[in-house]
Design a protein around this ligand. Structure first.
Ligand SMILES: Cc1cc2nc3c(=O)[nH]c(=O)nc-3n(C[C@H](O)[C@H](O)[C@H](O)COP(=O)(O)OP(=O)(O)OC[C@H]3O[C@@H](n4cnc5c(N)ncnc54)[C@H](O)[C@@H]3O)c2cc1C
Length: 500
C-alpha cells in the first residue's frame, strides 16, 4: 500500500535562516543531466489517451465537471481513433517524422538499436527524419515559424528554451551568449508572437496564455554545478553565485519591463504577457536553484502585479509538499508573489539517493502532484485580480489524469467568468503527448495550452533528440510504435489519393 501524501499549505516546521533560505535537502552528486532525461514517452500520446472526447461546441469553455467521464470511457474504439487524430493537423513532413519515430519504437530491441546508432547518424539525416517534431529550429526566425505552425493547430503560445546544456559540470557554456540570445528570444519571438495571437485570434484577451522562456540555472555561470552546490559554503562560490543571479536577472528584467509596458496597452489582461521559468535540476543543485528562484521572485514578482518569474517544484520529492508551504510562507513574509511550474520530476533514474529523497511509489508521486496542482489552482482562482500570494501555475505534465484534474477545476460553471483562469497553463514538450494536447484543444476547447519548444545549435539539438529516443525506451513494451506507423501511413495515403 502506498503511504499517504498530505499537502500542508501554510505549515512548515523548518527554520528560516537570515538570508531567507532553508537548506534541508542538500546532497552531494556530480553529474547533472537536463530535465529532458525524463522517463517520458512519445507513446503516451498513443497508448494512454486519458480524455473522453466532448461534443464539438462553439462554447469556448465547454468542459464542465458533469461532462468529464470516467477514464475507462476512453478505452473504446472511438478513443483509439482519437489517439492518432492529431496527425491530421500535421504537414506531410511532420507525419513522415512521426512514421520514423513509430518505426524506431516498434519494440524494445529496435529502439535500443536506434539509440546505439543514433550518435553516428549525420546531422543532415537526423534533421530530415525527426528534427521537426521535437525542435523549434536553429534560429530565431525558425522558432517564429514553429510558433506559427503551433498556432495553426490551436496552440496559442510556447515555452521556448535555448538548448545549450552544461551537462557534466565540465561546462563549455558561454553565459554571456546565453543571456544575450535569451533576451533576444524574448524580444523577437515571445513578445511579438503573444501580441499577434492576442490581436488575431479574436479571443478574449484573458484566454491567451503568456509566452514563456525557460531559463536553465546551469547556463548562467561557468562551472555552474559547483556554484549552485556550494553557493552558501565558500566565498568563491558565493561570489560566483551572485554573478549567476545577476545574469538570470538581466533576462527577467527584460521580461518584467515587457509586462509593465504591455499591461499599460492592455489593462484588461490579468495574466502576464511573458514569463521567465527557472527549470529544476538534479537534487544536489536544487538548494542553489531555490535560492536563485527566491531572489528573482523577490525582485520581479511584486505585490498586486502579474508575476514575471515562475520557479519549478519537483513533486516526486518527498519533501515537496513542505517546500511548497515554505515557498508560500517566505513569499508572504518577504512581500513578493509566487509563480510555480509543478512537474513530477525528471531525474528519478539518475538520483543515487533516490530512496531518501523521492516518494516511495509512483502512486505517491501522483497523489502529491495532483494535490499540489489542486491546491495551487484553488489559490489562484481565489484571486480577484492579482492580490494573492500565488499568482501563476504551469501544470507541466504529459499525464492525462493530471491534465483532466486541472481542466476540470478550471473549466466548470463556477469559474466560467474567472479572469484568473489563464494564470493556470498546461504545458507539454513539443512532439510529446500530442494526442493529449490535441484533445484538450479540439475536444475540450481549452485555450491555455502551450508546448515547450527547444531550439539552438544543431549539435545540442542532436543530444536533445537522443534523449527523446531514450525516454521512449522507458515506455516501449511490445508494439507501441505500430499504431503510429499505421496511422501515419493511413493519413499520408488518404492525402495522396485525395480522400482526406
Ligand atoms: C513543459 C515542461 C517542463 C518541464 N520542466 C522540468 C523541469 O524543469 N525539471 C524537471 O525535473 N522536469 C521537468 N519536466 C519533466 C517532467 O518532470 C516530466 O515530464 C515528468 O516527470 C514526467 O511525468 P508526467 O507528469 O508527464 O507523468 P507520468 O509520465 O505519469 O509520470 C512519470 C513520472 O512519475 C514519477 N515516478 C515514476 N515512477 C516513480 C516511482 N516508482 N516512485 C516515485 N515517482 C515515480 C517520475 O517523476 C516520473 O518522471 C518538464 C516537463 C514539461 C512538459
Amino acid at each position: 500500500m502506498s503511504s499517504k501524501v498530505i499537502l500542508r499549505p501554510n505549515y512548515f516546521a523548518k527554520s528560516i535562516k537570515s538570508n531567507g533560505i532553508v537548506a534541508p535537502y542538500l546532497m552531494t552528486r556530480s553529474l547533472i543531466r537536463n530535465f529532458h532525461d525524463t522517463p517520458n514517452k512519445q507513446n503516451t500520446t498513443l497508448g494512454n489517451l486519458n480524455f473522453p472526447p466532448q461534443n464539438h461546441s462553439t462554447n469556448t469553455t465547454s468542459v464542465t465537471t458533469e461532462t468529464i467521464k470516467p477514464l475507462s470511457h476512453t478505452k473504446s474504439k472511438l478513443a483509439s481513433n482519437i489517439q492518432t487524430e492529431y496527425l491530421k493537423d500535421f504537414n506531410n513532413s511532420e507525419i513522415f517524422s512521426n512514421f520514423v519515430i513509430g518505426l524506431c519504437t516498434l519494440n524494445k530491441p529496435i529502439l535500443n538499436f536506434c539509440i546505439k546508432v543514433f550518435p553516428y547518424v549525420p546531422i543532415p539525416i537526423i534533421k530530415a527524419l525527426v528534427y521537426k517534431i521535437y525542435c523549434g529550429g536553429e534560429t530565431i526566425e525558425q522558432v517564429k515559424q514553429a510558433g506559427k505552425r503551433l498556432s495553426e493547430r490551436g496552440i496559442n503560445n510556447m515555452m521556448i528554451s535555448l538548448t545549450i546544456e552544461a551537462c557534466e559540470g565540465n561546462d563549455n557554456v558561454d553565459p554571456k551568449y546565453i543571456v544575450d540570445e535569451t533576451v533576444r528570444s524574448v524580444k523577437e519571438i515571445l513578445v511579438p508572437h503573444t501580441l499577434k495571437i492576442i490581436k488575431e485570434s479574436g479571443k478574449d484577451i484573458n484566454s491567451i496564455p503568456p509566452g514563456y522562456v525557460a531559463l536553465k540555472p546551469t547556463g548562467f555561470a561557468e562551472d555552474a554545478a559547483r556554484v549552485l552546490k556550494h553557493f552558501n559554503k565558500d566565498n568563491e562560490s558565493a561570489k560566483k553565485f551572485e554573478e549567476l543571479v545577476e545574469k538570470a536577472a538581466i533576462v527577467c528584467q527584460t521580461i518584467y519591463d515587457a509586462n509593465k509596458q504591455l499591461s499599460i496597452e492592455y489593462p484588461q489582461r490579468t495574466a502576464p504577457f511573458v514569463v521567465g521559468v527557472i527549470d529544476a535540476e538534479k537534487h544536489d543543485l536544487q538548494e542553489g536553484v531555490y535560492e536563485l528562484q527566491r531572489r528573482l521572485y523577490a525582485k520581479f514578482n511584486k505585490l498586486n502585479e502579474p508575476i514575471s518569474v515562475v520557479g519549478t517544484l519537483q513533486m516526486y520529492l518527498s519533501q515537496s509538499a513542505d517546500l511548497l508551504s515554505l515557498e508560500e510562507s517566505l513569499a508572504k513574509e518577504n512581500n513578493y508573489r509566487l509563480g510555480l511550474k509543478l512537474v513530477r520530476g525528471a531525474y528519478i533514474h539518475s538520483e543515487k539517493n533516490r530512496p531518501s529523497i523521492i516518494h516511495k511509489s509512483k502512486e505517491d508521486t501522483d497523489a502529491n502532484y495532483n494535490q499540489g496542482i489542486s491546491y495551487v489552482i484553488d489559490s489562484i482562482l481565489e484571486n480577484k485580480s492579482n492580490e494573492k500570494t500565488i499568482g501563476h501555475l504551469v501544470v507541466a505534465s504529459h499525464n492525462g489524469e493530471s491534465m483532466k484534474l486541472a481542466t476540470t477545476k478550471l473549466y466548470n460553471s463556477t469559474n466560467k467568468d474567472n479572469k484568473n483562469k489563464n494564470n493556470v497553463v498546461l504545458g507539454q514538450l513539443l512532439g510529446m503527448a500530442d494526442s493529449i494536447t490535441y484533445n484538450l484543444i479540439k475536444n475540450y476547447k481549452v485555450d491555455n495550452v502551450i508546448k515547450y519548444v527547444p531550439w539552438g545549435p544543431p549539435l545540442e539539438t542532436k543530444e536533445y533528440l537522443l534523449r527523446r529516443l531514450e525516454e521512449n525506451g522507458d515506455a516501449v513494451k511490445n508494439d507501441n510504435g505500430f499504431p503510429l506507423v499505421k496511422a501515419s501511413i493511413s493519413v499520408l495515403f488518404r492525402r495522396l489519393f485525395g480522400l482526406a
